[in-house]
Design a protein around this ligand. Structure first.
Ligand SMILES: Nc1nc2c(ncn2[C@@H]2O[C@H](COP(=O)(O)OP(=O)(O)OP(=O)(O)O)[C@@H](O)[C@H]2O)c(=O)[nH]1
Ligand SMILES: [Mg+2]
Length: 219
C-alpha cells in the first residue's frame, strides 16, 4: 500500500517526473565485456584486501605525447577498460597493478598543459584530480623537454597532490647528450624522481618500487 503510494508519487507526481531505478544488474547489462571484467577484478582485489584498506588509486598526468599511455600499459598489462568520462566524449583508460605486494588502480588521463583547463581533455583531467582524489600522481614528462614541463609538476604540488616525477623518453634524451642529475632534481623538488624509457620497457620496475614506497609512506 505504502509502496503503491510511493510509486504513484514518484511516477505520477504533479510534474510527471520519471525516475529510472538503476540496479546493479541493469548497470552490468549496459557494460561492455571489458568493463564487466574490470568491475569483477576490482571486487576480487577489494575482497583480498583487508576491510579497512581501499584499493589505492594512481593517476598518470602529463603533457600530450610524453608516453603516459605507454607507461600505463607497461604498469597495468591486462584488466584494462576504456570508457568515456561521464558527460563527455573524452576517453579515459583504467587498469590495475595486481602484484602480491602492490595492488592499485591506475587511471591514464588525457594530456594537459596546465591544471587551469582550456580543452575538454584538460577539463576531464582536472575533474579526475579534484573529484576522484588519487592517492598518488605520476607526473610523466618527456626528459628532453624537462624545463618546459616542470611548471606542471609545481602546479600539481601546489594543488596538494602526492607526486612522483617520471622522466620518460630517457633513451632519446641520452642520445642527444643530455645528462640529468636525478638525485639533485629530487632533492630540489622534494619528491621522488625516476628515469624511464617506457617504450623500451626500461625503468618500469623502478617506477613500481617508488609507487610502493610512496603509498607505504602515505599510509
Ligand atoms: N623513444 C621513446 N619513445 C617513447 C617512449 N615512451 C613513449 N614513446 C612514444 O611517444 C609517443 C606518445 O606516446 P603515448 O603513450 O601515446 O603518449 P601520451 O602521453 O599517452 O599522449 P596523449 O594521450 O596524447 O596525451 C608514442 O609514439 C610512443 O611510442 C620512450 O620511452 N622512448
Ligand atoms: Mg595517452
Amino acid at each position: 500500500m505504502l509502496y503503491n503510494k510511493f510509486v504513484k508519487e514518484i511516477f505520477f507526481g504533479s510534474k510527471m517526473r520519471m525516475v529510472i531505478i538503476f540496479t546493479r544488474e541493469a548497470f552490468m547489462d549496459c557494460c561492455n565485456d571489458s568493463e564487466k571484467k574490470y568491475v569483477k577484478t576490482k571486487k576480487v582485489m577489494e575482497n583480498n584486501l583487508n576491510k579497512e584498506s581501499q584499493i589505492k588509486r594512481i593517476a598518470l598526468i602529463g603533457n600530450p605525447n610524453v608516453g603516459k599511455s605507454v607507461v600505463f600499459n607497461a604498469l597495468t598489462g591486462a584488466y584494462v577498460t576504456v570508457s568515456n568520462y561521464p558527460g563527455t566524449t573524452v576517453e579515459v583508460s583504467k587498469g590495475f597493478i595486481n602484484e602480491k605486494d602492490l595492488k592499485c588502480e591506475v587511471v591514464d588521463t588525457p594530456g594537459m598543459y596546465s591544471i587551469l583547463p582550456i580543452t575538454d581533455e584538460e577539463m576531464v583531467t582536472r575533474r579526475l584530480l579534484i573529484s576522484e582524489k588519487p592517492d598518488l600522481v605520476l607526473h610523466v614528462v618527456d626528459a628532453k623537454n624537462l624545463q618546459r614541463m616542470l611548471p606542471l609538476t609545481l602546479q600539481l604540488l601546489e594543488a596538494g597532490q602526492n607526486v612522483i616525477l617520471v622522466l620518460n623518453i630517457m633513451d632519446e634524451a641520452k642520445a642527444i647528450g643530455m645528462k640529468i642529475d636525478i638525485d639533485k632534481l629530487s632533492n630540489i623538488l622534494g619528491i621522488p624522481v625516476v628515469g624511464a624509457s617506457a617504450a623500451l620497457n626500461q625503468g618500469i620496475d623502478d617506477i613500481k618500487n617508488l609507487i610502493r614506497r610512496s603509498l607505504e609512506d602515505a599510509a
